[in-house]
Write a protein that binds this ligand. Structure first.
Ligand SMILES: Cc1cc2nc3c(=O)[nH]c(=O)nc-3n(C[C@H](O)[C@H](O)[C@H](O)COP(=O)(O)OP(=O)(O)OC[C@H]3O[C@@H](n4cnc5c(N)ncnc54)[C@H](O)[C@@H]3O)c2cc1C
Length: 447
């Protein structure tokens, strides 16, 4: 059978669509096949009853996320700053404390412990090569322990470990015991440091998208040939091309780019079968667990109380919140995250029960007016058949050092893309975009 397209791209998330866009711009013919009835993958706009758009998936972009920022501009989507004024709130030992800036008012000895650990982790992270984490001078030692083991041995006070655990849950949507220390360090370096991961102003949470982040994918898709509702099940290679078998028929290309989360890529059937070392790597790339929850109010009443809407809690189950109100201030939206163990527990509840627990947290953090939202929205990404967990993945111990070189290596006519393949801002929209661009260049070289 003759190839119908130069390249078949599997998955219409940011990575797949960017790959398809760059290939098309270079004159190649491209077919994109997508399992869902929509594009955007882990970016998903949701229209509230009041007409405003919020995102139930990825939503922020920050400085140094150059590839995502460039693409956003290229497709004509604008960004605006995340609301970040007023005091932040911190819940500890059943008590709410308010503070300005990045550093909560807690016991100075605990704070010192946290800051010293952060400094050490940042220093260690800088020694991890981004394109080959397994070549870090202490790669073996770090890949043989989890973040939990490191915290136990290196951070003296329990509250300091709890704060750092919260940081790990917030960024990786995983418990520190799930993630290899080497992966934690690679990911940290890939973002430019822990502050870049944690911060709003100057960090990953700095800006939002007018019209919602999914708009970037929707705009790209308008100019591409995308087959929706076409879950790929099998990918077969032969001497002249690749046959991608979906539930809506077969698509044939000279090459293919698989742009779906690695763990889902491991569930496809390959002919010839995947080499063992790549499959074993994918078995160690577990997706995180996150439920993104939003409550909608007639106004952002916490602003009037001098609060930023950013709360951190060691009690939970919501441990992190943001002010997610629309840019024209026409309503108030509180955003809360259930991450790692909290998401795993609460995804088993029905939405009404989850709503009760989430609103109870919002009420503790922001007062009784938070108890009566006009609307409540949440999405558990583990329940999504074509994602199975977010934000990205946490590589388990031994993954990088035993199998890391298999991650980005093409296999015959197959290349790989997705946030988990990103060298810079791995796991983020920016990493997805850059991985798509790299996969497109690699396909073009080999067409
Ligand atoms: C709640 C949440 C909050 C986040 N917050 C942020 C944030 O603020 N900033 C940030 O930068 N990042 C954030 N992220 C991460 C970011 O959204 C992702 O890194 C990025 O969107 C991933 O893009 P991708 O193209 O690599 O993968 P995906 O978006 O997962 O795209 C893969 C596509 O492949 C499709 N697919 C899967 N299986 C098949 C199959 N068998 N056949 C065909 N198609 C298939 C899927 O439907 C999907 O459309 C967040 C993610 C979530 C879920």
């Amino acid at each position: 059978m003759a190839p119908e397209a130069d390249v078949v791209v599997v998955g219409a998330g940011l990575a797949g669509l960017t790959a398809a866009r760059r290939l098309t711009q270079a004159g190649a013919s491209v077919k994109v096949v997508e399992a869902r009835d929509r594009v955007g993958g882990r970016t998903l706009n949701h229209k509230l009853a009041n007409g405003n758009v919020v995102e139930v998936g990825g939503q922020w972009v920050g400085p140094t996320q150059h590839r995502m920022l460039a693409l956003t501009q290229e497709v004509g989507v604008e960004i605006y700053p995340t609301y970040d004024r007023g005091e932040n709130a911190f819940e500890w030992n059943g008590e709410m404390r308010r503070y300005e800036g990045a550093i909560p008012k807690i016991n100075p000895a605990v704070l010192l412990d946290v800051l010293q650990a952060q400094k050490r982790l940042d220093r260690m992270a800088r020694t991890v090569p981004l394109d080959a984490p397994w070549r870090a001078p202490k790669a073996r030692q770090w890949d043989n322990q989890t973040v939990w083991s490191w915290l136990r041995r290196n951070v003296a006070s329990r509250p300091a470990r709890e704060i750092l655990t919260l940081g790990c849950e917030a960024v990786w949507a995983a418990a520190p015991g799930d993630v290899s220390l080497l992966h934690f360090l690679f990911y940290t370096h890939s973002a430019g440091g822990l502050d870049a991961l944690f911060d709003t102003a100057g960090g990953a949470q700095e800006s939002r998208f007018h019209g919602g982040s999914q708009l970037v994918s929707l705009k790209m898709a308008e100019e591409l040939d995308v087959e929706l509702d076409a879950p790929v099940r099998t990918i077969a290679q032969d001497g002249s091309g690749v046959t991608v078998r979906t539930e809506r028929g077969e698509f044939r290309g000279r090459r293919a780019i698989v742009a779906i989360p690695p763990m889902l890529a491991g569930r496809l059937v390959y002919d010839p079968p995947m080499p063992g070392h790549r499959d074993q790597l994918l078995q160690r790339m577990a997706q995180g667990s996150v439920i993104k929850c939003m409550a909608v109010y007639p106004e952002a009443f916490w602003r009037g109380d001098g609060l930023s809407g950013q709360a951190t809690s060691l009690e939970g189950p919501v441990k992190l919140t943001f002010d997610n109100s629309p840019p024209d201030d026409s309503a108030g939206v509180l955003l809360g995250f259930l991450e790692g163990p909290q998401a795993r527990r609460l995804t088993r509840l029905d939405q009404a029960e989850r709503r009760r627990l989430v609103i109870d947290c919002f009420t503790r953090f922001f007062g009784p007016r938070a108890a009566v939202p006009e609307e409540y929205v949440d999405r558990s990404w583990a329940e999504e058949e074509y994602t199975r967990g977010c934000y990205g993945c946490g590589v388990a111990t031994g993954g990088w050092t035993e199998f890391g070189d298999a991650l980005r290596a093409p296999i015959g006519r197959l290349g790989w893309a997705g946030a988990e393949y990103g060298v810079v801002w791995n796991g983020y929209m920016d990493g997805a975009v850059s991985s798509g661009e790299t996969a497109a260049q690699e396909a073009l070289r080999n067409l």
